[in-house]
Design a protein around this ligand. Structure first.
Ligand code: MN
Length: 736
């Protein structure tokens, strides 16, 4: 813990006129007041106000602010009173501590009306004296730094509030460093996986690039000094949260991020900023559209700088911020930087001076309080001002959900609860049914319609803009796919045991799990479904004495067991299938949503259409391929009966989906025959998706036509139509 004299030293370093006796009194008073209280970390409680004070010495703030930091938790948590503090430390400090006490209990992630009221209170307390906000931000920063000691269930809430309210407030006040650290700490809590993945990749990149940043710094600095512009160049990596935001905003991956490094060029005067810009632009190619002049037009939080991006040293995309030291101070410390320039009347008047645009914003916002806005209107107004890159939506019960710009109801649903997201099937926006992919606007009231039978489509992963939704969709689809494989694996296993004439039992299988190196039956089945465990091995795990029949016992030239009713094949014969009667196979695997994101696909060339007899062929690691039973391709799988799956259509009668079918038309080689064929198909509402033609003889042309049809009847109708035409000599379906 920092000693009394250490704190005084830190203050004296930037403020030689500091009132040491005052600081000492506050140190002792707070230490005694907190007495033996402990923090969740087990540290003495007093270490917290002390750390908060230390953070504020980094911002080089005045004595009153440092003292208020030391005392900020005394009224709330100890026997101290405002009257006592006023007597000992004066009215100004007592007011600051009281202001901090007032806002301490404000819950800013509560219901909408309550939240509006709380935000109003927060801003009012800040308006009285903006130093309240500075202490509050330092307080929150220290709490976020020590978040790991806070009970798990509270952490998300604290982090969310920090990200929603305090980080944007710090940004509004121009306190860049404060904002970045608050954001990163919140991000680490709220999206731990994303945080780790980004920091790991940045780390890898740093190792790979070696001294790249230093080299660019040196080259820039040398170039500028050769042109007579003394400058300090400082490169740094972008912060994890800012990288994350960029990835989210642009929906790109880490590898596609082009500028992970930013370089600051600190020069001596405003004129030098522009001269330096000229030097950089002459030496290296400019990346268009990236030049911004915040010196002639400062940002609302007083930020001033010129920005540009060039393809710089070592062909790296280099983002530059060129500014003076004064501008740099404002950029880093924002409103707190104004405290650096004290005058006779003391820091208070400086901090409140109208020289700060950030403060002007605060004043204006507070003014709205007196304009009789309802709490909701006030909240809307203030939040819009605070968070221009977010949208605020509400649940039907009035809970506020803050989302990034371009968020969809899918993001909304996952923000409410993962279960809501996973079961979402539709939504109402402001009472009207709307697509789940709509872009949400500020103030939208969103009602999510859920259905227990739903699992999220994998495509949502690319539609959602929030990391939370994306991660949840990925998790849910992974689980769903796994469940399908497990279901599939179970059928395969049952069939394999039956074929081997062995009893199938879960208990026996459970005992065999160690031999299969799996820890649950689900695991076993999923592995069988994925083709990772062969059925022979599965049976042997349960019946070690069992041996698989040798290939020739399975039939010459690939004969499937006829008992299954699949097909018979003798060497030299053509493929001829005996179609299993559906009644014999009541446990057929249904193919749900065959065009969806199941690991199911159609065989290339010809596919299958509803009404076709079909079989599924399991390909380990890939999924199931659906073949029409007339496909010649099937002969390749004759030796692997365990890969054959009994599948059936599960297509709604009314579906308007089209399915791929391929036909081969042989037509007379004369002008207009193609047109006739095309007309025949069109008249029957068939879709031609591709045609290739080859000449069979001088008299006949063969056309291979890819069609989109609704079902077998539709296809047969087209085929008979074509066959009836004089120019057509034959029409057959492709046999794959
Ligand atoms: Mn505190």
């Amino acid at each position: 813990m920092m000693r009394q004299y250490e704190l005084v030293d830190r203050v004296r370093r930037y403020n030689p006129d500091t009132d040491e006796a005052l600081l000492d009194r506050a140190y002792v008073y707070a230490m005694r007041a907190h007495g033996t209280q402990l923090r969740a970390s087990g540290d003495p409680y007093f270490s917290h106000p002390l750390e908060v004070a230390a953070i504020l010495t980094d911002l080089e703030l005045d004595d009153a602010t440092i003292v208020a930091a030391l005392l900020h938790d005394t009224i709330e948590d100890t026997g101290a009173t405002k009257a006592e503090i006023e007597k000992l430390f004066g009215k100004q400090i007592a007011d600051l501590v009281e202001g901090l006490t007032k806002i301490k209990k404000l819950d800013l992630v509560s219901k909408q009306a309550k939240q509006a009221e709380n935000l109003r209170k927060l801003l009012l307390a800040i308006a009285d004296d903006v130093r309240v906000l500075l202490v509050k931000l330092a307080d929150r920063l220290h709490n976020m730094r020590t978040l790991k000691y806070v009970p798990q269930e509270k952490r998300d809430r604290v982090a969310q509030e920090t990200l929603d309210i305090y980080a944007p407030l710090a940004a509004r006040m121009g306190m860049q460093d404060m904002r970045e650290e608050l954001e990163d700490l919140s991000f680490r809590q709220l999206s731990a996986d994303a945080y780790t993945s980004i920091t790991t990749r940045v780390e890898e990149l740093r190792e790979r690039n070696g001294p790249l940043v230093e080299e660019i710094e040196r080259e820039l600095q040398d170039e500028l000094s050769a042109r007579g512009i003394p400058a300090r160049v400082k490169g740094r990596e972008k912060r994890p949260y800012s990288i994350w935001r960029k990835m989210e905003r642009k929906a790109i991956g880490f590898e596609q991020l082009s500028d992970l490094y930013g370089f600051r060029v600190i020069v001596q005067g405003v004129e030098d900023c522009y001269r330096a810009l000229g030097v950089v632009h002459m030496k290296w190619p400019i990346v268009p559209g990236r030049f911004k002049d915040y010196i002639s037009t400062p940002k609302p939080n007083d930020y001033r700088s010129v920005h540009t991006t060039v393809i710089g040293p070592r062909r790296q995309r280099v983002e530059l911020q060129i500014r003076t030291q004064d501008m740099e101070d404002i950029a880093e410390y924002g409103i707190a930087a104004h405290a650096l320039y004290k005058d006779e009347s003391g820091a208070q008047s400086i901090i409140l001076s109208n020289e700060s645009r950030a403060y002007a914003w605060l004043r204006k916002t507070i003014e709205n309080l007196s304009q009789g806005l309802s709490p909701e209107e006030f909240l809307e107004h203030t939040k819009l001002e605070l968070f221009h890159d977010q949208v605020f939506c509400f649940t039907p019960k009035g809970r506020l959900i803050a989302l990034p710009r371009r968020a969809t109801p899918i993001d909304f649903a996952y923000a409410v609860h993962t279960d809501v997201g996973n079961t979402a099937v539709g939504c109402k926006i402001n009472g009207t049914i709307a697509p789940l992919v709509s872009e949400l606007k500020n103030g939208d009231e969103v009602e999510i319609i859920t259905s227990k039978a739903q699992t999220p489509p994998g495509a949502w992963e690319t539609i959602a803009v929030t990391g939370k939704a994306r991660a949840a969709v990925r998790r849910a689809t992974r689980t769903a796919v796994r469940a399908q494989y497990a279901g599939l694996g179970r059928k395969i296993a049952e069939r394999a045991f039956a074929r081997a004439g062995k009893a199938f039992g879960e208990e026996a299988l459970a005992k065999a799990m160690p031999r299969l190196a799996r820890t649950s039956l689900d695991d076993v089945f999923a592995a069988v479904g994925r083709g990772e465990i062969k059925t022979d091995d599965l049976i042997r795990a349960v019946y070690p004495d069992w041996s698989a029949p040798r290939p020739d016992e399975r039939g010459t030239g690939g004969r499937a067991p006829t008992g299954e009713g699949w097909f018979e094949l003798k060497k030299g014969q053509n493929l001829k299938f005996k179609i299993p009667d559906a009644a014999e196979h009541p446990a057929a695997i249904p193919i749900r949503g065959i065009n969806g994101d199941l690991p199911v696909r159609f065989a290339p060339n010809g596919g299958a259409v509803p009404g076709d007899r079909i079989v599924g062929i399991l390909t380990p690691g890939e999924g199931i391929t659906i073949y029409p039973i007339h496909s010649r391709e099937l002969q390749h799988f004759e030796d692997a009966p365990e890969r054959w799956l009994d599948v059936r259509w599960d297509v709604d009668e009314l579906t308007d989906g089209r399915f791929p079918a391929q036909i081969v038309v042989t037509a007379v080689n004369e002008p207009g025959s193609l047109a006739q064929v095309a007309t025949g198909i069109a008249e029957r509402n068939g879709n031609i998706e591709g045609i290739s033609m080859r000449s069979r003889s001088p008299d006949f042309t063969e056309m291979v036509i890819d069609l989109g049809v609704f079902d077998l009847r539709h296809l047969n109708g087209i085929i008979s139509d074509l066959r009836s035409r004089a120019v057509v000599s034959s029409v057959e379906r492709s046999s794959g």
